[in-house]
Design a protein around this ligand. Sequence first.
Ligand code: UT7
Length: 317
Amino acid sequence: MRIIGTGSAHPKRTLTNDELSKMMDTNDAWIRERTGICTRQVITDEHLEDLAAEAAQQALDDAGIEGKQIDYIICSNVVNEYVTPSLASIVEGKIEALCPCVDLNAACTGFIYAIDFAEALLQTDRATNILVMAAEEPTRMVNWDDRSTCVLFGDGAGAMVVTKGDDLKAIKVSSKSNLDVLHYKRLLEPSPFITKEEEHKPLYMAGQEVFKTAVTSSLRDLLSVLDEAGLNKEDISYYILHQANFRINDFIRNRFGVDTEKFPINVNKYGNSSSASVPMLLDELNRTGRLKKGDMLAFSAFGAGFTSGACIVEWNK
Ligand code: UT7
């Protein structure tokens, strides 16, 4: 694959740490020190599908193509207002595309999985231009009385258009089932036949467990794709990591012994926007002119499952 366009969209409402400290027993210092987060953008009157379509349209404009030239849409998403149809199908209509559409849910790792699927479609000549995107509203999953999780998240969407090319140098995705550390259980419609007890459970996260697993899996995945691509840590121009917690990314950066400029962050502005964080950060780097032809980009993400994944892509836009 080759990346030919990127886009992103954020809800308009900025929620600061100080505002949170008026809603619950928390404070700016705790949140900053433990996570690096200062503000996050949260959905208010927007609909996630509109943000997703906005990110998609930006990616199309950046690629210089129209919706009708897209022949597959893959959207990573955990929750949105529609259980069905897929978010990808809703975006399809908004960008005037006409093509196969599918959502995938690999939690915060979803964007890396979407890249894996896109590459397979391109390699097997099933598609030429693919919209690979992620749109998430984790602020609709958290318990706003649970200070240990609700302060961490923000909403948003990121997208890229990929076409045929030779720029994906290595990719690895994995999953090891573990409901105990991170899960969210929705309440379904009642049926006359249900005999089991059901309860809605907002997002549950065993923070420290997830932290440890995140660091271990991200390090493992990055080393694996570097090895597969025959590259050294220093050969990577930017490590575009899932923006969950600044400390996780800085720990990895320290272990790699590379400069802070190579580990861009925006978790300070957006919080953890689940699988949308990687394409949102990619778009920010693209739009601020920080990417140049030939740059090697390493993506890495982790999340509920427990899933994780990483890949290396040469930037040739
Ligand atoms: O995309 C999904 C992936 N998720 C992640 O990557 C999250 C990974 N985990 C983390 O980022 C960190 O574990 C957290 C930021 C969630 C928590 O940081 P921590 O250093 O692991 O804190 P902790 O859970 O051990 O809690 C330390 C203390 C506790 O108080 P006591 O028991 O020591 O008195 C908590 O009750 O901090 C308390 N605490 C808070 N205090 C103020 C928890 N949340 C808050 C809060 N404000 N918001």
